[in-house]
Design a protein around this ligand. Structure first.
Ligand SMILES: [Zn+2]
Length: 227
């Protein structure tokens, strides 16, 4: 079987996501790129039960080049995954329905991004420092998943420093240079959203909860400049 390793990786990640509650009820999605071939888990299936033969292969234009013989449907996430492959040269794109992410999007006023600063796990996000004011775009949900594609593409282009797009009341699309990187980015975003929700419940502002000393900010900027 072609791309046996990538197919197995997708199945393993689907099980992990399901255990985390990020892909229950057939939700969520996993996609990995190998060279110019993109592999995607199918739509509307129990993600924790997938096998390598259930995975789709697509070309760089998003056209299916190999479909499972079991009659699976291509994921409705496909056009959204393709936005990150086309515009960010992603190595993997993941879609989670994490409850903490969903709740965090509810704390963000319409039309604004989720703004984060002075939280340890920000350092796990690519190119982001502890003292940065990091913005992750939030787009409004649609009735059908594939209808989100235009909003996703617009957000990807408008926020070039973010490697995720949050979907209000729905979840998150997150990508990385490869599958391990995409997974850690998803884990960091989930932690940050969990933290935002917990602070919100406690009446703590996630933007003004800490006052950094100017020296601290300058030290971090200098360290980044040296990278
Ligand atoms: Zn979804």
């Amino acid at each position: 079987m072609r791309f046996a390793t990538e197919r197995e990786t997708i199945c393993q990640l689907c099980r992990t996501f399901w255990q985390l509650g990020w892909a229950s009820g057939t939700g969520g999605g996993i996609s990995v790129r190998s060279g110019s071939t993109i592999l995607m888990a199918p739509s509307g299936v129990e993600k924790e039960k997938l096998s390598p033969a259930d995975i789709f292969e697509l070309d760089a234009d998003g056209c299916v080049t190999d479909a499972p013989t079991s009659g699976q449907r291509l994921t409705a996430c496909a056009p959204l995954f393709m936005a990150a492959y086309r515009h960010r040269n992603a190595g993997a794109v993941l879609h989670s329905h994490s409850l903490d992410v969903v709740l965090a999007t509810m704390t963000v006023p319409p039309g604004e991004p989720l703004r984060l600063t002075r939280l340890e796990m920000l350092k796990g996000l690519q190119g982001v420092g502890y003292f940065d004011l990091h913005e992750i775009p939030v787009v409004d949900n649609t009735a059908l998943e594939h209808e989100l594609a235009g909003r996703m593409e617009q957000a990807v282009l408008q926020w070039p420093k973010a490697n995720a797009v949050l979907v209000r009341n729905h979840g998150v699309y997150v990508w990385g240079t490869d599958v391990a990187h995409a997974k850690t980015q998803a884990e960091c975003i989930d932690w940050l959203c969990r933290c935002v929700v917990a602070m919100h419940r406690s009446g703590i502002s996630h933007l003004t909860h800490d006052r950094a000393q100017p020296d601290d900010v300058a030290r971090e900027r200098a360290a980044h400049a040296a990278d």
